[in-house]
Design a protein around this ligand. Structure first.
Ligand code: ST9
Ligand code: ZN
Ligand code: ZN
Length: 333
C-alpha cells in the first residue's frame, strides 16, 4: 500500500516515462523478506582487510602529524581531492548509478567514474549492487552494513568479515541490467585496479610534488592517505551515525535518521531518513542545496546541459508522508 502511495504521489512530479525508467531500480524496501530462523552463521574475519585498514589509518595519523609541514597549495589540493572523490561517490555511484535519480551525459559519466576511482570504494558495479540491497533489505541479515549489528559493524566492521550469505543471495536476485548496459561502468570495472593506483594514490601525490615542489612524504601522507581515510570515514558515518542518531520526521518506523553533521562531512548525504523514505529524489533531501554540495554540483551540471531529468518529490507528497508516518520532529528548512 505504501508503494502505491509512493507511485501515485510521485506522478505529481515524475512523468510516466521517468517512473517507468526507474521502475527497474530495486531500491525500495521489501517488507516480505524474513530473516532465517536459528543461530546466525559465525563471523569469519578477513585478516588481510584488518591489516590493510589498520595500516591505512596509521598512515592517515602520520599524515595528521605532517599537516603543519604541508604548503598552503597542498592543503587546497587535499580539499580538492576530498571533494572530487566525494562527488564520485555521492553524485556518481550513489545518486546516479545506484538510484538513477537523474540522467548524466557521457562526458559527465566519464568524469564521475574517474572521480569514483579516486574514492577507491569498490567499483561502481559492486558498490551499486551492495547499495540497492542495503535499501531493499535495510537493517536485516541481507543488508551488507546492517546497523542493528551496532555502530562498529555498520561503520567499518562489515568490510573486515565475510558477508552474511543472505546479502549475496538477495544481491544475486537484483535487477542490474542498467549497470551492465552502461559502457562507462563496465570499463571502470575492467580497469578498476589500475585506475585506483593512478587516481587514488599517484595523482594526489605527484601533482603537489611536480607542480609546487612539495616533498613526496607530505604529498603521499596528506592528500594521499589522510584524504582517503577521511573520505572513507565520512562515507561510513552515513551507514553508522545516520542510522543511529537523529530525528525521523518522514518515517519513524525505519532506522535511518536526519543527521546534519553527517550531511556536512558527506557533502549532502546525511538526510538519511528522507533518503530511505524517498530514494529516488536526486537531492537526497527536501532542502535542495542546504548542507548539500552534491545537489549544487548536479544543479550546475544541469545548467551546463550535462545532466537532465532530476527527480524530485512533490511538497504535497512530503507533507502527506510527514503526517502519516513522521515522528513529529519536522522542521521546514
Ligand atoms: C568502502 C565501501 O568503503 C563503502 C560503501 C559505503 C556505502 C554508503 C552508503 C551510504 C549512502 C551514500 C553516502 C555517500 C557519502 C560519501 C561522502 C564522501 C565525502 N550481491 O565481496 P566478496 C558475490 S570499500 C550479489 O568477496 P566475501 C561476489 O560477486 C573500501 N553478489 O564477499 C562474489 O561472487 P563470485 C575499500 C554479491 O567473501 C562473492 O559474492 N575496499 C554481493 O563475503 C564473494 O564476494 C575494501 O575494503 C551482493 N551484494 O567478502 C574491500 N556481494 O565469487 C572490501 C558479494 O561469483 N571488500 N557478492 O565472484 C572485501 O574485501 C569483501 O567484499 C569482504 C566480504 C571481505 C567485505
Ligand atoms: Zn541510497
Ligand atoms: Zn542507509
Amino acid at each position: 500500500e505504501t508503494e502505491t502511495l509512493h507511485m501515485a504521489g510521485g506522478t505529481h512530479q515524475l512523468n510516466g516515462g521517468a517512473m517507468a525508467e526507474r521502475s527497474t531500480v530495486e531500491d525500495v524496501f521489501d517488507d516480505s523478506y524474513r530473516e532465517k530462523e536459528g543461530p546466525k552463521p559465525p563471523m569469519m574475519m578477513v585478516w588481510r582487510n584488518v591489516i590493510l585498514m589498520s595500516l591505512l589509518h596509521v598512515g592517515a595519523l602520520y599524515g595528521l602529524i605532517l599537516l603543519p609541514y604541508a604548503s598552503f597549495s597542498t592543503l587546497v589540493w587535499t580539499a580538492v581531492c576530498y571533494l572530487f572523490s566525494g562527488l564520485g561517490v555521492t553524485a556518481g555511484v550513489h545518486r546516479l548509478w545506484s538510484h538513477r535519480s537523474y540522467k548524466a551525459s557521457f562526458p559527465l559519466r566519464v568524469f564521475l567514474a574517474l572521480a569514483n576511482s579516486m574514492a577507491f570504494q569498490n567499483d561502481i558495479y559492486d558498490w551499486a549492487r551492495d547499495h540497492r540491497v542495503h535499501h531493499k533489505h535495510s537493517e536485516t541479515d541481507a543488508d551488507p552494513h546492517n546497523a542493528t549489528r551496532g555502530f562498529f559493524f555498520a561503520h567499518i566492521g562489515w568490510l573486515l568479515v565475510r558477508k552474511h550469505p543472505d546479502v549475496i543471495e538477495k544481491g544475486k536476485k537484483l535487477e542490474l541490467t542498467d549497470l551492465k548496459a552502461d559502457k562507462v561502468v563496465m570499463f571502470q570495472r575492467r580497469h578498476y585496479k589500475l585506475s585506483v593506483v593512478i587516481l587514488c594514490f599517484l595523482v594526489p601525490m605527484l601533482v603537489p610534488w611536480y607542480f609546487w615542489g612539495e616533498s613526496l612524504a607530505v604529498a603521499y601522507f596528506v592528500p594521499g592517505l589522510l584524504r582517503y581515510a577521511l573520505m572513507l570515514n565520512a562515507t561510513w558515518l552515513v551507514n553508522s551515525a545516520a542510522h543511529i542518531w537523529g530525528n525521523r520526521p518522514y518515517d519513524k518506523t525505519i532506522n535511518p535518521r536526519e543527521n546534519p553533521l553527517v550531511a556536512f562531512t558527506a557533502i549532502g548525504e546525511g538526510f538519511h531518513n528522507y533518503h530511505h523514505t524517498f530514494p529516488f529524489d536526486y537531492s537526497t533531501s527536501e532542502f535542495g542545496c542546504k548542507l548539500n554540495l552534491t545537489t549544487a554540483f548536479i544543479d550546475l551540471m544541469c545548467f551546463l546541459g550535462l545532466a537532465t531529468d532530476c527527480k524530485r518529490v512533490s511538497k504535497d507528497m512530503i507533507a502527506a508522508r510527514i503526517k502519516r508516518t513522521g515522528d513529529g520532529n519536522y522542521k521546514s528548512g
